[in-house]
Each structure stands twice: as C-alpha cells, then as structure tokens.
Design a protein around this ligand. Structure first.
Ligand code: MRU
Length: 314
C-alpha cells in the first residue's frame, strides 16, 4: 500500500496528492508552516490524514522551540470542517500538559490510525455480502488516512475476507478525489472498480446496479455528518431506492457536543470549479460557488461503522 505520510530524520514526508495518479512524489516538510500549506492546498487531505499531519506539524514546531499555543491556533485554522484537525492538535496540547512530547503524541496517533482503520474494516465487512456492488464518494481510502482507509478499509477487508465485490467510484468534482485517488488505490490493489460521473449515481441506483453505499466523514455530530460535497445527493438517492447507506468513521471524527447547524462548511476557491487540469471550462465572468462539503442528516444514514462497532447516528 502506498505510504500517505511518514516521519523520518525529524521531517514529515507526505505524498503530494495533487499530483496523483500520474506522479508519486513526496514533499518534505521541515517546519510547521509547510504542513499548514500542504493541508490548505490539499497535498494532504482526508480527515484522519489531516489530523495526523497536524500532530506532526506540532512536532516540527516543538523542534523549533516555537510558542506551541500560537502554533496550535495557526494549524487549527488550516481547514475548518474536518474535526480531526482540531482533535489532533488538542491531543498534542494535552500531552504537553502531561510532559509528553509532541512527537510522542504524533507517533501514537500515527499508529492508532492504522489500528483503527483495520477495526473499522473488520466491523464493516460484516455488512458486505458476497456479490455486492458498493458505491463510494470522494476518497476515504488509505490516502485519506495513515493507511488502509475507512470506507475503503471496509471494502479492503471484505475483499480480503474473500467476498467477490465490485466498487463504483463517483469521480467527485470539483477536484476529483474519486477519479484520481479512489480509482487509483483500488485498481492498484486489484479490487474491481468502475468510475462514474457524479451525476450518474442516482441512475445506477435506480437501475439496481448498487447494493450498498459507504462513504467517510469529516465530522460526525448530533443530527448527521459532514462529508465531501455531493454526499447528500447520494444519500437522498439511496433513501429513495432503499439502498443501505453507511458512514465509515473513526471516533476521532466524532464531535458529540456540536450539531449539524454548527458545522462550518469550507468554501474553497473558484478555480477548483472553473478549471480542470489547467483548462478553463467556463468564461471568466461567470460567478461561482464552491462549498467543499455537505451535510447528510441522520435519517438518511443506516449506520456508522467505527473502531468500536457499528453505531446508530445520533
Ligand atoms: O477535501 P477532502 O479531500 O479533504 O475531503 C475528504 C472527504 O470528504 C473524505 O470523505 C473524509 O475526509 C473522510 S476520509 C476517511
């Protein structure tokens, strides 16, 4: 499996996800601000991977003897929606309070993420039947985590358990995490995957080509979850055609004190919409909206697959 990120010689190495699938190149971060930049520019993305890289950003700041409370604020402001970012920085801060170094906490979160995803996979595999075709949206795979993945972790576990499954991946506009990352990861592992445009998901369900939907989450809170823009339309279509809709998410993505109205939905730059692969697809006087996430309410969710088992949305 491709390594999303690793720590070596007091530096953080991360595969540049903006270049995938065509180039496998690692960026090297030797100060916390370069990690913040990588998070903002989606070189590293996906809630768990953002969390672990943020913890390593704190470790870089510790090595440079920075003011850790100031740095924590800067890192937390890199992206607003995935709660793993705030959670990981707070884990490092509370470790520091107990004389545990930032690097020790970052290494712990790194190892726990691997373990967590395998448990999510183990529990999630129980809902997958031999012969299922599973639709997924965005990338909740090894690239969104330290490795293995949450939604794709469930798919990997079912596949490793010998179930004959097929995956349909939404391309996931605007920045195509489904086409560039999910299809690439699964194909690399030999798991059968077919790519569709986002607008085809409802039709595929109507034509009985989908047995289950599994997606990841950026935040799980009272009343529902936030995930990549387009998740809501997938969930609504799944409800209409009685298709089980699962969210695979570690407990580090749970924000039990908040409800869906508190979630800040990141608005990203207009060029993500107007420009694909360096080519403009609309005239430059067209106004653009680019919300990066949407909210799937609890009534649309069959279950949330966590490292402690499958729980009901709350
Ligand atoms: O903007 P991104 O690529 O960071 O969005 C990622 C997603 O929406 C994922 O589905 C989510 O973070 C879960 S990853 C296990």
């Amino acid at each position: 499996m491709i390594e999303t990120l690793y720590w070596k010689d007091d530096k953080l190495f991360m595969i540049d996800q903006t270049l995938l699938p065509f180039k496998e190149e690692y960026i090297v971060c030797s100060d916390y601000l370069s990690v913040v930049d990588a998070i903002k520019t989606l070189k590293v993305r996906g809630a768990p991977a953002i969390g672990v890289s943020a913890a390593y950003a704190m470790a870089l700041a510790e090595l440079a003897n920075e003011d850790m409370f100031y740095v924590a604020k800067i890192i937390k402001s890199a992206r607003p929606t995935a709660v793993n970012l705030m959670w990981a920085v707070d884990e490092v801060l509370s470790g520091l309070n107990n004389n545990i170094s930032a690097i020790s906490t970052a290494n712990r979160l790194f190892l726990e993420d691997k373990e967590t995803n395998r448990l999510i996979g183990k529990y999630g595999s129980t809902v997958i039947e031999d012969g299922d075709t599973i639709l997924t949206h965005c990338n909740a795979g090894s690239l969104a985590c330290v490795d293995y993945g949450t939604a794709l972790g469930v798919i990997r576990s079912a596949w490793n358990d010998g179930k004959n499954i097929n995956v349909i991946a939404d391309e996931t506009r605007p920045v195509l995490q489904g086409a560039r990352l999910t299809a690439y990861e699964l194909h690399r592992d030999g798991i059968p995957v077919k790519l569709i445009v986002d607008g085809a998901a409802g039709f595929m369900m109507q034509q009985s080509h989908i047995d289950k939907v599994i997606i990841g989450a950026d935040r799980v809170c009272k009343g529902g979850i936030a995930n990549k823009i387009g998740s809501l339309m997938v969930a609504l279509a799944a409800k209409r055609f009685n298709i089980p809709f699962y969210v695979a998410s570690p407990l580090s993505t749970f924000d039990r004190d908040s409800n869906i109205n508190d979630i800040i939905i990141e608005e990203r730059n207009k060029e993500e919409v107007s420009c694909i692969g360096g080519n403009y697809i609309t005239s430059n006087d067209i106004d653009i909206l680019n919300p990066a996430f949407d909210i799937v309410s609890s009534d649309l969710i069959t279950g949330i697959i966590t490292e402690n088992g499958i729980v009901n949305p709350f």
